[in-house]
Design a protein around this ligand. Structure first.
Ligand SMILES: [Ca+2]
Ligand SMILES: [Ca+2]
Ligand SMILES: [Ca+2]
Length: 201
């Protein structure tokens, strides 16, 4: 995705969109060129970092995909080409009032602190929410699920016991133990007995 100059834009339509984060409205405009190319335009406030979603063509306004766009606000207008191959034509601007810390970039930062970089979350398959610690909404981090081979969009793994140690995957998360290794304390005692005895966790 490349940024383009406003001077080359021809205004063809301006539906208002609003940012989804932090409860502060921020409009963005969609410019449509005679060629069918589209550009999303908004004012980039200093101190904010922006992400863009496009609506799925088969499930418009209900299923959204992250685009390859992360931008910093610097109190100037931002315009981003969003292509002509996005037929649904619905875009959603999300922002956070976070900026990369020293030594980080917008790509390498982990704004929601789930163990996954912003870049990874919007490029993974399936994608996860770069501003939500737990995309599935169950309070378990996206990073922990992926690191342990679980679907980050699902809560179905909760009650399963992948390593057969008598402790559900969900409680392994709570306990901080490995859900895929029966004796993750390596003490020849099952995790269930460890927990029962309050001895090793
Ligand atoms: Ca993250
Ligand atoms: Ca996330
Ligand atoms: Ca288990």
């Amino acid at each position: 995705m490349k940024r383009i100059s406003l001077s080359f834009m021809i205004l063809a339509g301006m539906p208002l969109l609003f940012a989804q984060q932090n409860g502060i409205d921020q409009a963005s405009d969609l410019y449509i060129f005679p060629t069918g190319e589209k550009a999303l335009h908004w004012f980039g406030h200093t101190g904010r970092s922006y992400f863009v979603q496009v609506s799925d063509v088969n499930q418009p306004l209900s299923l959204w995909h992250w685009m390859d766009i992360i931008e910093s606000g610097n109190d100037v207008e931002i315009s981003h080409e969003v292509g002509s191959d996005t037929p649904s034509g619905f875009f959603r601007l999300s922002y956070t009032e976070q900026v990369p810390q020293a030594g980080e970039t917008l790509d390498t930062a982990d704004f929601d602190q789930d163990g996954l970089s912003n870049y990874f979350e919007i490029h993974a398959s399936p994608q996860t929410h770069p501003l939500n610690f737990s995309t599935a909404g169950d309070g378990i981090s996206d990073g922990w699920k992926l690191a342990n081979g679980f679907d980050p969009l699902s809560t179905l793994f909760w009650f399963a016991d992948d390593d057969g140690d008598g402790i559900s995957n969900y409680f392994e998360y709570i306990l901080g133990s490995d859900p895929k290794i029966k004796d993750s304390m390596n003490d020849s005692t099952s995790r269930l007995l460890d927990v029962y005895n309050f001895s090793n966790y």
